[in-house]
Design a protein around this ligand. Structure first.
Ligand code: SF4
Ligand code: SF4
Length: 91
């Protein structure tokens, strides 16, 4: 017989809002924005699956919420100007 969602525990997998869970500790590489290359198109903000690219107001350069960024590299991959480089975390 195939397993269904009914076979999963009744509790949610995450017991807290992801806003409260510091997922940035999972990261082994971090995005670093080069403002000299950035054209503030905000494609990185649009694509980040964790809402970890922060733009306080239109016209600002993007910054990264390192408490929640998991280092997936999607922002770097999608940036049309190559303005985000992934750098290895120093442990
Ligand atoms: S996608 Fe690249 S160029 Fe566009 S805002 Fe983000 S860092 Fe800047
Ligand atoms: S590395 Fe991934 S999680 Fe971190 S800011 Fe970029 S897209 Fe978001």
């Amino acid at each position: 017989m195939h397993r269904t969602y009914k076979d999963l525990p009744s509790e949610p997998v995450a017991m807290q809002s992801t806003e409260d869970i510091i997922t940035g500790t999972w990261r082994s590489i971090r995005p670093v924005v080069n403002e000299d290359k950035c054209i503030r198109c905000y494609m990185c903000w649009k694509y980040c699956p964790d809402m970890s690219i922060i733009v306080e107001k239109e016209g600002d350069y993007p910054t990264v919420d390192l408490d929640h960024c998991k280092g997936c590299g999607i922002c770097s991959n999608e940036c049309p100007r190559g303005a985000i480089k992934m750098q290895r975390e120093v442990l």
